[in-house]
Design a binder for this molecule. Structure first.
Ligand SMILES: *Cc1c(COP(=O)(O)O)cnc(C)c1O
Length: 225
């Protein structure tokens, strides 16, 4: 088996039960994705609309594409058109409404996650926990939509070498998820996803209650372009 295939098999074997692997294939060519696919991987994450739209048609139709990067409203149609199953990175109510209306226009239903900002870095996108819980409490998030279905939350830990800090960040994301699940999203079984953990911190994320880890470098190596 290829090196990429070996990595898929090894990481998959290490994941706790109930944790899914999103193989982050951004900046890697379709051939690399095909190697991971050969090893059994079916969920892939991309972070740029154009790159996703360029690669997806060359790859097997049963791949489940996830969009994980910052999404500009003028790229929403392209991301939905590429067949994306789940957008991890909803960081404003405006973007949420846009995804909903474009999905309706495309005659599709698309899963989305609400991005929670807890990391120390100023540049990261997302709702702060207070913003998100406030918005949800006002009732404007949990009302069912025709095109978009809110399926959980996504977040990143601070990019530091401090296990305690990372643990606190992931625990906070999980806490926000639990509050939403028991509150505004109570009785909604589709609200079940906590997307957190990358190559360097996924074991901590899994220990803090992640259901989906997004791993790129540890599978594909350094990004190629
Ligand atoms: C690139 C990226 C990842 C994967 O990062 P690695 O360190 O390569 O595992 C995960 N999540 C998001 C949002 C990303 O942009």
């Amino acid at each position: 088996m290829s090196r990429i295939g070996d990595n898929i098999v090894r990481i998959t074997a290490q994941l706790p039960e109930g944790v899914a692997l999103v193989a982050v294939s951004k900046f890697h060519p379709a051939e690399a994705i095909a190697e991971a696919y050969e090893a059994g991987q079916r969920i892939f994450g991309e972070s740029r609309a154009q790159e996703l739209a360029a690669k997806a048609p060359h790859l097997p139709a049963d791949i489940e594409w996830h969009f994980i990067g910052h999404l500009q409203t003028n790229k929403v149609r392209q991301v939905i058109g590429a067949g994306t199953a789940l957008i991890h990175s909803i960081d404003s109510e405006h973007l949420l409404r846009m995804v909903d209306s474009e999905a309706v226009k495309a005659g599709r239903r698309i899963g989305v996650l609400l991005q929670v900002h807890v990391a120390r870095e100023e540049t990261k996108f997302g709702f702060t926990p207070q913003e998100l819980l406030g918005l949800a409490a006002s009732g404007s998030l949990a009302a069912p939509m025709q095109g978009a279905e809110i399926r959980g939350v996504m977040g990143m830990a601070s990019n530091v070498d401090d296990t305690e800090r990372i643990t606190a960040d992931f625990s906070e994301i999980r806490r926000v998820f639990d509050l939403l699940r028991e509150g505004p999203f109570a009785g909604r079984p589709e609200f079940s996803i906590v997307s957190m953990g990358m190559s360097h911190d996924w074991p901590i994320a899994a220990a803090c209650g992640s259901t989906h880890v997004r791993i790129g470098t540890a599978i594909f190596g350094d990004r190629q372009y």
